[in-house]
Design a protein. Sequence first.
Length: 135
Amino acid sequence: KLAQHSRQEHALVINRHLLKFVIMGVGLFLGLWLTTPALINFFYGHNYNEAIRPARWYALMVLPLPVAWLFNDIITFQKERKVKTILNTILPLLLLMAYPIVIPKWQIMGVVVIMLAERYISLAVMGWYIWRKSR
């Protein structure tokens, strides 16, 4: 449905459905956050209890996922190559450069922090770009 819409109609879709997508993301996050200890113990046993903390932080990745899907679809349908280039090349390169700095300091939590940063920065870039273009 989104492919035929104009920028203004995309803005209306975002206004109409954003709360639903945020609630969906919160539900996914809470479900994963609450079940992570049981899932880790079920699949790996009690030997890997130290993995629960990073896994719970990693669960923050699903929080913006539904909104990111919506924003990504809108940007794709609007054929916005500039923002796609930023999201698919420049941002990953910057994050790759951050790995050697963060991982020695924070080990696995460094990886989780980098991945979370990528998810939330890309969501912010997409949201800003859509907001700017719909004005």
